[in-house]
Write a protein that binds this ligand. Structure first.
Ligand SMILES: NC(=O)c1ccc[n+]([C@@H]2O[C@H](COP(=O)([O-])OP(=O)(O)OC[C@H]3O[C@@H](n4cnc5c(N)ncnc54)[C@H](O)[C@@H]3O)[C@@H](O)[C@H]2O)c1
Length: 364
C-alpha cells in the first residue's frame, strides 16, 4: 500500500499532512510513503528528515500516483485528475453537499473520506482533526488579539501606575472557544463567555471565566452535543441581550457556528460602534460569513477604531504543531482502516466501521 503526500497548493496553506515521525510509523507497519519534495518545508519539516526515516522523495505526479493520497485541504480539479482511478483520498474536504470537485472524484471512482465528517465520539477523539486544528486556532487567535490590542491583557502594577486587565468576551464555547478562554485566562485577562448550549456554563467556569447567561425562551442544544439553529425571534433576542456585554468588551473572540449553516450574527455593526476605539474582534467564523457582519474574510479591517480580524486559517500560523496533530489524527485513522499484522497492509471494509462509514463521501 503506497501512500502519497503532495505539497499543499492553496494560497497561505503552510501545513503538510505527514510528519517524519508518522512517516516512520507507517513504514514500520508495511506502508511505503512517497512525499513531494518540499511538501513539509513551510511547516518546518525538511526533505532530509523524511528521507532519513525511509520515505521516498518524489515529484508532484509521484505523490498523486499512489493507492492512498493524504492531504490537508481539498484537491483542485487538476489534482483529482492526477489521482489513480479507484484510489483512496483522505483530507479536509470542507463540503456540505455535492459540488464539482466531489463529482470529479466520484467520476474517477475515488473512495473519499472527509476528515471534517469524523463523528465527535470518544472512540474517534484521537482522529478528530477539526478538534485538533480548532484547538490551535483558539490559542493562536487569542495571541493575535493580545498583540493587536494596544493595552495589557493582565492587570499590571508598575512604578508608573497600574493597568486594568483586559475584558475579553468569547462567543461559542466549543473546541476553539474553550481554548481561547483558557489562553486568555493564562494571559491574565478578565474573561466572559457565552454559548447557546447550557451545559457549557460549567466548562466556562472551570477555566476561570464567567459564563454569560441569556433567557432566549428556547434551548439552543441540538443533537449529538451540537447546537441547533435558533428561531428568528430567538436570534433577535440573543443579539439584543448580548449587546451590552459586548459593547463593554475590549476584545471579542467569536467562534459560534453550526456545521453547514451560515454563521449566526452575534456582534452587530451597532455593537461594534459602541465598543471603545482600540478594541479588537477576532472572528473565527469569517470563512462562513462571520459572526460579525463587518468581518471581511482573510482581511484585517478597522471600523471606527475597532480592529476586526478575518483570518480564516489560524492553524496555518502554527504549522509545525498543526501538521503534527493532523498527521497523528490521520495515523490513528489509518490504524483502524487497515489490517497491518501481515507483511502487506490490507484495507478493511469501510462501511463496517461506524467511523469510516460516517466519513465516506463517495462510493464505498
Ligand atoms: N479561522 C480559523 O482559522 C479557524 C480555525 C479552526 C476553526 N475555525 C472556526 O471556528 C469555529 C468554531 O470551531 P469549533 O471547532 O470550536 O466548533 P464547535 O462546534 O466545537 O464550536 C462551535 C460552538 O458555537 C456554539 N454556537 C452555535 N451557535 C451559537 C449561537 N447562536 N450563539 C452562541 N454559540 C453558538 C456551539 O454551541 C458550539 O459550542 C467554526 O466556525 C470553525 O469553522 C476557524
Amino acid at each position: 500500500m503506497n501512500i502519497g503526500i503532495p505539497r499543499e497548493t492553496l494560497s497561505g496553506e503552510t501545513r503538510v499532512a505527514m510528519t517524519p515521525e508518522i512517516a516512520k510509523k507507517l513504514i514500520g507497519k508495511g506502508f511505503t510513503v512517497q512525499i513531494e519534495a518540499g511538501a513539509g518545508v513551510r511547516a518546518g519539516y525538511p526533505d532530509a528528515d523524511y528521507a532519513q526515516v525511509g520515505a521516498q522523495l518524489t515529484d508532484r505526479a509521484g505523490a498523486y500516483d499512489v493507492d492512498l493520497v493524504l492531504k490537508v485541504r481539498r484537491p483542485t480539479a487538476d489534482e483529482v485528475a492526477a489521482m489513480r482511478d479507484g484510489g483512496l483520498f483522505i483530507g479536509l474536504l470542507e463540503t456540505c453537499g455535492a459540488d464539482e470537485i466531489l463529482t470529479a472524484m466520484l467520476t474517477k471512482n475515488l473512495r473519499v473520506l472527509g476528515m471534517e465528517r469524523m463523528p465527535r465520539t470518544s472512540r474517534a477523539q484521537s482522529m478528530d482533526a477539526l478538534s485538533s486544528q480548532s484547538n490551535l486556532a483558539g490559542y493562536r487567535a487569542t495571541l493575535e488579539a493580545a498583540t493587536r490590542y494596544g493595552r495589557f491583557f493582565p492587570m499590571m502594577m508598575t512604578s508608573a501606575g497600574a493597568a486594568k486587565p483586559a475584558r475579553v468576551v468569547v462567543l461559542g464555547a466549543g473546541v476553539a472557544g474553550l481554548q481561547a478562554i483558557a489562553t486568555a485566562r493564562r494571559l491574565g485577562a478578565d474573561v466572559y463567555a457565552y454559548d447557546v448550549r447550557p451545559e457549557t456554563a460549567e466548562q466556562i467556569r472551570s477555566l476561570g471565566a464567567k459564563p454569560i447567561t441569556l433567557n432566549l425562551g428556547e434551548s439552543g442544544a441540538g443533537e449529538g452535543g451540537y447546537a441547533r439553529e435558533l428561531s428568528a425571534e430567538a436570534k433577535v433576542i440573543q443579539q439584543l441581550a448580548l449587546g451590552d456585554e459586548l459593547a463593554k468588551a475590549h476584545v471579542i473572540i467569536t467562534t459560534a457556528l453550526i456545521p453547514c449553516r451560515p454563521a449566526p450574527v452575534l456582534v452587530t455593526a451597532a455593537v461594534v460602534e459602541r465598543m471603545r476605539p482600540g478594541s479588537v474582534i477576532i472572528d473565527l467564523a469569517a470563512a462562513n460569513g462571520g459572526n460579525c457582519p463587518l468581518t471581511v474574510a482573510n482581511e484585517v479591517i478597522e471600523h471606527r477604531g475597532v480592529t476586526i480580524v478575518g483570518i480564516t486559517n489560524f492553524p496555518a500560523l502554527v504549522p509545525a504543531d498543526a501538521s503534527a496533530f493532523y498527521a497523528r489524527n490521520l495515523f490513528n485513522l489509518i490504524e483502524i482502516m487497515f489490517q497491518t499484522d501481515s507483511a502487506k497492509p490490507q484495507l478493511k471494509e469501510l462501511m463496517q466501521d461506524d467511523i469510516t462509514a460516517a466519513m465516506l463521501i463517495t462510493a464505498a
